[in-house]
Design a protein around this ligand. Structure first.
Ligand SMILES: *[C@@H]1O[C@H](CO)[C@@H](O)[C@H](O)[C@H]1NC(C)=O
Ligand SMILES: *[C@@H]1O[C@H](CO)[C@@H](O)[C@H](O)[C@H]1NC(C)=O
Ligand SMILES: *[C@@H]1O[C@H](CO)[C@@H](O)[C@H](O)[C@H]1NC(C)=O
Length: 357
């Protein structure tokens, strides 16, 4: 009796399995079924993209850059070098607002970004006279021509160099005023910032995304820390000794905080001009947070430092300090993805770089 039941179960099991395989085979060899399966998947992907649009990534950063060609007497890198570096902007999936002053650069960037969805790139042709920073060109020229003014190439030699650096704050403001920044976060990025990626072996379809660091603080502006902030350093010390506390290549913040910072920066630069002092934004920011000027600041900085002495981000020498924050944004975006894929909720990890002012 028992044995008979076992046998009949076995036969039923075998028959069901056979029927299943037969049906599966029939459906898989049936063209329409496959077609509809693919179309369901496609629809689902479209659906996912649409929900992404109406439900944007809260950590995403709109990137802003500007390129003004300078001649060899004004900057050590040539236009050709910058064009090569720009290739890395084709790998960056973030929305990019790029302001350019010449057609060649405009077309070059258009081509580099052409494989991305069109709404990810906004290219704006500008004239350098549209930037508020260029209004100070003559005053800076006059300051640099003073006898015994410190000479630090290229920062304090040709007025065009620091004035062009200052134009990044105008560019950030213009990107917001023109309504191109739909994300909560905005960042300035130098056009050559990710150049080191050109020398790292990457797949042909390489792509990266920049998101705010896991430990970012919304009320502060993020910068890479290059050197220590020595408490008794004066504004003039920053300029005459060419001291760099934070790097100007990547400036990250929430829109209203960035706007406050831009106002503070411009006021500080005018204040320095009034005292016959000028250099790049890196020295201006050092001066802003020196004991002499810190009381005028209503925005704190959050500085990120990548410790030397171990291989990090495949960056070497001073690049590790100067490019620290951008690489953290790149890595933390990957870390969030990894957590989502492993089912863990993204969380904030405090790091040693959490130095508030
Ligand atoms: C840019 O502005 C300057 C000064 O206003 C003007 O002389 C020049 O023609 C302008 N260039 C372009 C391309 O509009
Ligand atoms: C790049 O291509 C490889 C191989 O074709 C693929 O497995 C990978 O998912 C692609 N990566 C991206 C980011 O598209
Ligand atoms: C700079 O000097 C001008 C003219 O004296 C003055 O109007 C302006 O308020 C000063 N700016 C700052 C930020 O000190």
């Amino acid at each position: 009796m028992n044995r008979k039941i076992k046998w009949s179960y076995f036969v039923i099991l075998l028959a069901s399995f056979g029927t299943f395989v037969w049906i599966l085979n029939f459906y898989l060899s049936h063209h329409d079924f496959r077609g509809s399966l693919i179309s369901i998947l496609k629809k689902n992907k479209l659906y996912q993209e649409q929900t992404k649009k109406s439900n944007p990534n809260p950590y995403e950063i709109t990137m802003v850059t500007l390129y003004i060609p300078l001649d060899k007497s004004q900057n050590k890198f040539t236009t050709d070098t910058y064009r090569i570096w720009m290739r890395t902007f084709g790998w960056m999936s973030n929305k990019l607002v790029a302001l350019v002053t010449d057609d060649t650069t405009m077309n070059h960037l258009k081509k580099i970004r052409s494989h991305l969805p069109p709404e990810r790139t906004v290219l704006i042709r500008v004239n350098r006279s549209q930037f508020g920073s260029f209004k100070d060109l003559d005053r800076v020229k006059k300051i640099f021509s003073q006898p015994h003014y410190p000479i630090h190439k290229p920062n304090t030699v040709k007025a065009e160099y620091p004035i062009t650096m200052n134009a990044k704050y105008d560019a950030l403001q213009m990107a917001m005023d023109m309504g191109h920044v739909d994300t909560d976060y905005i960042a300035w990025v130098d056009i050559g910032y990710f150049r080191n990626l050109l020398y790292v072996k990457t797949p042909k379809n390489y792509s990266f995304t920049l998101e705010i660091p896991l430990d970012f603080e919304d009320t502060k502006i993020g910068f890479s820390e290059v050197g220590p902030r020595v408490s008794h350093t004066t504004p003039w010390d920053y300029i005459r000794h060419n001291i760099v506390w934070v790097a100007g290549g990547f400036v990250l913040g929430k829109k209203p905080v960035i706007q406050k910072f831009i106002k503070n920066f411009k006021r500080a630069f005018q204040n320095l001009l009034n005292h016959s002092m000028a250099s790049t934004d890196q020295q201006t920011i050092g001066a802003m947070y020196s004991p002499q000027m810190i009381k005028e600041q209503n925005v704190k900085l959050k500085t990120y430092s990548c410790p030397k002495g171990r291989l990090q981000f495949q960056l070497f020498g001073s690049d590790l300090q100067y490019f620290c924050l951008g690489y953290i944004c790149k890595e933390d975006a990957q870390r969030r993805r990894a957590r989502v894929h492993s089912g863990q909720a993204p969380q904030t990890v405090p790091t040693e770089s959490n130095i508030g002012l």
